[in-house]
Unconditional design. Structure first.
Length: 182
């Protein structure tokens, strides 16, 4: 209920409430934008522009979904539009450390884990934009095919097909790499 009161105040152009809502979501929305864009500056700009758009269209928010989910969709759509416009590459995975993997009773060294992660990132970067976008939205952001179809303006079948083809391409790229290890 607390958040609902803030949103109602924001709809009435209450600057303190807008700042409070911004402060609650800015860090998370920055990370969403950063996963799509390769620079801190672009992610900050995308986040700021998304908040401006959200505040202008706040009258369209009716509470059907959480405010965070509604805002996240605005951020993702803005990033996708920016990528289409600038034809930039996507960052396909978050910069998080992979946990050491147990392999035949041995722990794989951290340097090997880092090397594997780099190869996964390279493989994802090799995907064409049409596959990379669906892979990113599905595997990293956790959207389902219905949501992806709405975001990218494609059919659910096309979303499933692009995800399947993107995964196959990733497997091909990674198979070449895995044959070189071990």
């Amino acid at each position: 209920m607390f958040q609902g009161n803030i949103i109602e105040k924001c709809k009435k152009n209450d600057r303190k409430a807008q700042l409070q809502l911004y402060n609650s979501y800015c860090e998370g929305m920055f990370h969403v934008a950063y996963r799509f864009l390769k620079s801190v500056e672009d992610a900050e700009d995308a986040m700021q522009e998304s908040f401006i758009k959200a505040f202008k269209k706040l009258h369209q928010y009716h509470g059907d979904v959480t405010f965070g989910a509604w805002l996240k969709k605005i951020v993702i759509n803005h990033c996708i539009d920016q990528l289409k416009y600038e034809k930039k590459q996507l960052v396909s995975l978050e910069d998080q450390l992979l946990e050491p993997i147990q392999h035949e009773e041995e722990v794989i060294s951290e340097s090997l884990v880092i090397e594997i992660k780099e190869h996964i990132l390279e493989a994802i970067d090799k995907l064409s934009d049409k596959y990379r976008l669906v892979v990113l939205l599905y595997l990293v952001e956790g959207y389902d095919h219905k949501e992806i179809s709405e975001i990218l303006d494609i059919t659910e079948t096309a979303s499933r097909t692009k995800l399947l083809r993107g995964k196959r391409k990733l497997q091909e790229y990674l198979k070449v790499y895995s044959n070189g290890i071990g």
